[in-house]
Write a protein that binds this ligand. Structure first.
Ligand SMILES: C[S@@+](CC[C@H](N)C(=O)[O-])C[C@H]1O[C@@H](n2cnc3c(N)ncnc32)[C@H](O)[C@@H]1O
Length: 242
């Protein structure tokens, strides 16, 4: 089982209404696209967490199930209105099996990168394919690796510098790895927190999908189907099974 980086301390501060990702303006387009892709079928969220996306999607009328490694994150989901009704398997989304079949599976907020080897990321695609009905679709939202911003000879790049949060990514280009280091001011004390990731290229995800029997049907730079270009810093991609 992979290491759980979303234990009680992270879960307690995960939901942050001041963060734009938690605001209705950011969430509504996500729900619009996911609900459209799910159609009349059920949806499976890999890394369901505290239900930031799953709960509004369920409120939209979609039957949502989830898989997550972190009991602490899922406890937050359970404490929210409607959270008790969502079936969640505690386990690794590269291998864990949720009951039933799905018209849609989705993995948002860069979470494919929490799987730190290529083998695990491929296994995740294969696991998704095993859950999808024929014609079912898999959506990933993830950043484009930002190596263009890493000058030759450098390994570290800052991504946050505020009075309460200092964050920097440490790249290991040979291994396609990065560690995100956070220092957050919580209750007057700086708390360090580091999480390892494996960054992954859009074309590499397409090959993983092909290994798992899926084909790319859409790639955009955002949830409103904005064009994906050479300057895009993240993407929303959709693969179809069969
Ligand atoms: C960044 S949070 C995203 C939560 C939620 N999807 C959202 O958009 O707010 C990542 C979540 O994925 C879970 N996670 C990370 N790696 C996992 C794995 N290998 N298997 C299952 N869950 C995992 C974490 O426990 C955490 O709840």
């Amino acid at each position: 089982m992979p290491e759980d980086h979303f234990g009680e301390e992270v879960a307690a501060h995960y939901d942050d209404p001041s963060d734009e990702r938690f605001q209705p303006a950011a969430i509504e387009p996500v729900i619009d696209l996911l609900a459209e892709l799910a159609g009349d079928g059920a949806a499976l969220e890999l890394g369901i967490g505290t239900g930031r996306i799953a709960l509004p999607l369920a409120e939209r009328g979609v039957e949502v199930h989830g898989i997550d490694l972190s009991s602490a994150m899922v406890a937050r989901l359970r404490a929210k209105r409607g959270g008790e009704e969502i079936p969640v398997v505690i386990g690794d989304f590269a291998t864990a099996r949720a009951e039933g079949t799905f018209s849609l599976a989705y993995l948002v907020f860069n979470t494919i990168q929490n799987l730190t080897t290529q083998d695990e990321q491929v296994a995740c695609f294969e696991n998704v394919a095993a859950h999808l009905e024929p014609g079912g679709q898999f959506v990933i939202e993830v950043g484009v690796p930002n190596l263009r911003r890493l000058p030759p000879g450098e390994t570290v790049r800052a991504f946050a510098l505020t009075e309460a949060h200092v964050g920097f990514d440490e790249f290991d280009v040979a291994r396609q790895g990065l560690i995100s280091h956070h220092y957050e001011l919580l209750d007057g004390a700086w708390q360090p927190h580091s999480v390892p990731f494996r960054y992954v290229w859009p074309s590499e995800l397409d090959l993983m999908a092909r290994i798992a029997g899926m084909t790319l049907v859409g790639r955009w730079s955002g949830w409103r189907r904005e064009p994906f270009t050479s300057e895009s810093t993240s993407h929303v991609s959709v693969w179809r099974k069969g």
